[in-house]
Write a new protein. Structure first.
Length: 257
């Protein structure tokens, strides 16, 4: 079944600065080499892919994303050696090898990370690097309430199945990178203390991220009711402060083969 594209670049970028911060931390782990060939899995609008391409002075960078709406903005960031393709990273089969496989906040949508990372490692040349950042906030109430609401009528039974989160513990990624032959690695859990205008900001944040997956899995007519119930359940569980501190854990990992 082909599911609709729920991504709204404007909604996603309501918290653009906060979402960009982990990207820059991840990019800082990469060791530049001359004439690098790079692939960015889950490139979104392509703006940050362009920043990565320029920072590395890469010979060639390809950004891949499944969202037509996000990629529609990528043409504004084209430059020599940079290209974009619409492709679901869950089905990505590398046809060549790269000096860097990069993915910022995308692989948490992809199941079976042990198998996925084997594919990513196999896409690297000798000495190639892997740099990945995944959100690790699956235990936050903004996530668990969405699961609880989806399990209720009328959503239960009419949604396409949603698999459990594939995100592993940081130490599991360290073990995985070792087994895949990475000679060097850096894995860390980092908490990003985002200051939102109020607790309502958590809802707006999730509408541009997690809730897109629920939106695309249910009939369009049901989604407004889902949002209403989600809001009613979520907000009383969040402290009513202004600004609202939204501590967001993420796993950043880098390895060199």
């Amino acid at each position: 079944m082909t599911l609709p594209d729920p991504w709204d670049p404007a909604q996603y970028e309501r918290y653009k600065a906060e979402r960009e911060e982990p990207f820059f931390d991840l990019a800082a782990l990469v060791r530049p080499r001359p004439e690098m060939r790079v692939v960015d899995l889950g490139c979104g609008t392509g703006e940050l892919t362009r920043r990565l391409h320029d920072q590395l002075e890469a010979r060639e960078t390809t950004g891949l994303d499944s969202s037509e709406a996000m990629l529609a903005r990528s043409q504004a960031f084209l430059t020599a050696g940079l290209s974009f393709e619409q492709q679901d990273v869950r089905a990505w089969t590398p046809a060549r090898r790269y000096d860097l496989v990069f993915s910022n906040a995308a692989l948490h949508w992809v199941s079976e990370h042990a198998s996925v990372f084997q594919v990513l490692a196999g896409a690297l040349d000798e000495g190639g690097q892997l740099a990945v950042q995944v959100p690790a906030n699956q235990r936050h109430v903004s996530q668990t309430i969405a699961e609880e609401v989806a399990a209720q009528a009328p959503f239960r039974g009419v949604m396409a199945p949603r698999p459990p989160t594939p995100v592993l513990a940081p130490e599991a990624y360290a073990t995985l990178l070792h087994r895949l032959g990475f000679k060097e690695q850096h894995v860390r859990l980092q908490i990003y203390p985002h200051l939102l205008e109020s607790r309502e900001g958590v809802l707006e944040w999730m509408k541009g991220a997690l809730l897109t997956d629920y939106q695309r899995r249910m009939p369009a007519a049901l989604y407004p009711e889902f949002l209403t119930r989600y809001r009613e359940r979520l907000l009383p569980l969040l402290e009513d402060t202004r600004p609202y501190l939204f501590p967001f854990p993420r796993i950043l990992m880098w390895g060199r083969r």
